[in-house]
Design a protein around this ligand. Sequence first.
Ligand code: SF4
Length: 281
Amino acid sequence: MAWTERQRLMLQEMGLRVWALASSPAPVSETTAAPLAAPVSRAAAPQRAVQLRTVSASPSPQPAAAAVPMAHAGGDADARARHIATLDWPALREAVAACTACGLCKTRRQTVFGVGNLRARWMIVGEAPGEQEDLKGEPFVGPAGQLLDNMLHALGLTRAEAAPERQVYIANTLKCRPPRNRNPEPHELAMCEPFLQRQIELIRPGLILAMGRFAVQALLRSSEPVGKLRGRVHRYHDVPLVVTYHPAYLLRNLADKARAWDDLCLAAATLAAAEDRARRA
Ligand code: SF4
């Protein structure tokens, strides 16, 4: 495979050696990007059925309504989710900071809300805060965060302040750190999910990159492993979604960096194709 100079630079940013990619599939070009009307595979990937969520229209941002108790685990979960779905950014941030809806509130140092451009085209969804995130209050810091930053940089993207086309928004599925970085419990994921849903509704990204198993479970309602779901375009409501490995996993499994690079190319091509269609419509 002959790489262009730009691709070589991108691969270097991700810590990839070019020769390691010689047998990997070619990055997806705009013309080969999957159509967005339904979950599809690229030509070389097997077709798989994925259970996707049914969509309801996203409600418009509204000022916070204070009727539903937000700060304890009791009460009606549906009513709580409906209430969260009405919150604007400041109210949502306050609700997360004050949340005691699951037991993780007892062990967190602070909640980890999310960072980035509120009009971002790219939204990155991770799993749960680790120790560093719990300390800093920001998702994806430490070595995994550095790798994510390098991956984003390879695509001309950043979490630092920039225009919405370049600055991503990053959020975790879970806003509080599980003790000793254990896996999140289903109850914890369920209680935290309305916050992520609302963040997505408010941002209305052009593309979601779901990194890791628990992000995928929350967004696609699928228990299939990341390795089976990556390599094609899914949808979260009306937003195209690409699945890839979590950077923390990539730090331990260097061979999968090449697949992650392929996923990023698919995501970039998918978003570019969607925006091109929107411009011509
Ligand atoms: Fe609330 Fe989510 Fe933290 Fe649980 S993890 S206390 S639901 S913010």
